[in-house]
Structure formats: structure tokens, C-alpha cells
Design a protein around this ligand. Sequence first.
Ligand code: SF4
Length: 387
Amino acid sequence: MLKLASPSALYIHIPFCTNKCHYCDFTSYVLKGQPVDAYLDALEQEMIRTVEELPPQRIDTVFVGGGTPTVLTPPQMERFLNAVQKHFPLASDVEFSMEANPGTTDVDKLAAMRAGGVNRISFGVQSFDNGLLERIGRIHNVDDVYRSLDNARKVGFTNMSIDLMFGLPGQTVRHLEESVKRALELDLPHYSIYSLKVEENTLFHKLYERNELPLPPEEEEYNMFLLLMEMLKKGGYEHYEISNFAKPGFASRHNSTYWRNESYYGLGAGAHGYANRQRHVNLKGITPYMEAAAERLPRLETHDIPEEEAMEDLMMVGLRLLEGVPASRFAKQFDGKRLEDKFGPILSKLMSDGLLSAERNGEDTIYKLTDRGVLLGNEVFGAFLEG
Ligand code: SF4
């Protein structure tokens, strides 16, 4: 029997950006002319309905993403964060993260974030090469990155992360090396480094279809991944998830909720949520979202996740964490069922291919990616879908 429980993680989406990056398929709309204050009203309506429907016990992690949450003005930021504090019971040691784009973070705004409870910032830096930044449609330059980090430190932020990307059009291994080197010089507690995925409905996809997107060859991208892992390791960072590196104690607690396939509230236009083996997706357009939120929970769809699918999800997201998936976690999420009974042949095949290892830990067995498995992660994750 599935036990009903309220999530202790909260995601909130702010779907506005100064412009649209060429690779972006997130729910984000160009800010100019958008009814931001009315959107924040609708968001508060959704907060009220959400806590009525599934009252939270305690929120341990909050992540405000986008879009670009830092396009809010300082008064909008203050109002938004007050609403979060008012409607959700945040733990005293809550991890409260907000995504920020360099170039949208002056001291006043950062001070409003800090006063409103934000204690972790994730900056979308992507590269330390102005030419590449322009090529992928980012509005900031490298100077903005340094200024934003200085401003954040001035108002007291210490828990900060930056995102970088590799496999960008025109990017070489040397470009990547330089960006990672400059990122590491900042000595931050956390780095996320993702490879570019060319998604449909993006400018990059159109260019790709026309053969006009000069992506690095696969082998070069592979070498970039090897190099960045080596550099981060030398810098003293733990590679704790395929794309994430942290100093001890600084792994993202919020994102670990997703990777452990645990439940979370998801609010805002286009946001996803997961609770009691049910997923929802909210309406995406700003007007449909606001109109719906005035009357009800602004869902585009809600569907039950069959046990079979939840099991596959747990393996696919769980193995992204280098700590692996303990058989006991599987049993806990699925009424004592054994991981080996469900996925025995797949586990054996992946182990004989050298992609997965099994470690004993007392009574428990932990399945985790080998070094080779980290490099061929998609092959491993896909195997659980085909099984
Ligand atoms: S800043 Fe982020 S969300 Fe906004 S357009 Fe660029 S990639 Fe998309």
C-alpha cells in the first residue's frame, strides 16, 4: 500500500527571461510587457490551493528556478519570498536555492533575496568566453559574472554554484579547459557542468536541421567530459552526480530529491510536481496559467505513475548519483520488493559489460556506475526502460 505523505521539497518556477537563449526549451517568456505582478498574484493563489490540498509538514529544500527568477525587481522579489515564507513551513536549516543570471543581480536585488530567506545561489554562467556566450544567445559577459559574484558575497552569500556547458558550437577542448580553470579559481563550493542537448523548438534545432550548427565531434565532447572530471577532482571536488561536483557537505540537497525519486511540490507556469505516485504538469502559457490559478490548481495534466514506471524512474535517476542505488531504497519505495527480482537480468548484463558494480554494505547491496558507466551513462539509464 502506498502511504500518503506530503513532500518536503518545493520547486517554484518564474518563467520570465530577458531574452531567449538559442538552445533553451524551458518554459520561459521574454520579460518585456509581461504581467509579472499578476503572475505573482496567481502564484500565491497556487500556493494557497496547494497547501490546502496537500498540507506540508516541513519543507527542507526550496528551489526557485526558471526562466530567470532574478528578473524580478527588488520589491517583487520581496513580495514573492514573503509569500513563500507565509504559506510553507520552512525548516530552520532549509536549503533555499535560487537560480540567477549574471547581469540581472545588483546589490539591492541580492539583498532582497537574502532578506527573504534565500541562502544558496546557482548562477547560469555557461562559459568564460564572451564569443561563445554570444553565440549561444546569453545576454551576459564574463565581467558580469565577476560582478555578480562580488555583489553576492557583499550581501553575505557563501553557498554558491555556477553552471557551465560543454559541447557548444565552436567550442574546443581548450575553450572548455580555460572556462573550468577560471571557474575553479573562484573556489566555489559547487559546480554543475552540463553537455549541450539540442532540443526541438529551439533556434539551435533549426540550425542543426539545416546543417548550420558546428557542434564539436563526439570524440572531442567525450574528451571534454574526461578533462573536466579530472580538473574538478584535482580541485578537491566530489563528483556526486553525472553533471555535478561539490565540496564536502555542499551537494545540492534539493536536486538530490529528484535523483532519489522522492516527492516534491511543483508550482508556477509549466512546473512539474510529484507526490504520492502522481505527477502533474502545470499550464504553460502565462495567461492560461493565471486564469486557471484564479479558480483551481492550474494543472495541464495529472497522471498516476504505475509502479512499474516508478521503479524504472528510480533506477534511471538514482544511478545518476555516484553514491548509487541501495537495494534498501528500492525496497522502501516499493513495499519491500526486491530490486534484484525486478531488474536481475538487466543488472547482470550491465555488470558483465563493466558499466555497473554491486557493493555489499552490511545487509544492503548498493548498485553504482563504474568509471566506464559514468562515461556511458545514457546506455545504463536506457537499459531500464528497455527491460
Ligand atoms: S536564461 Fe535559462 S531559461 Fe532563460 S532563455 Fe536562457 S536558458 Fe532559457
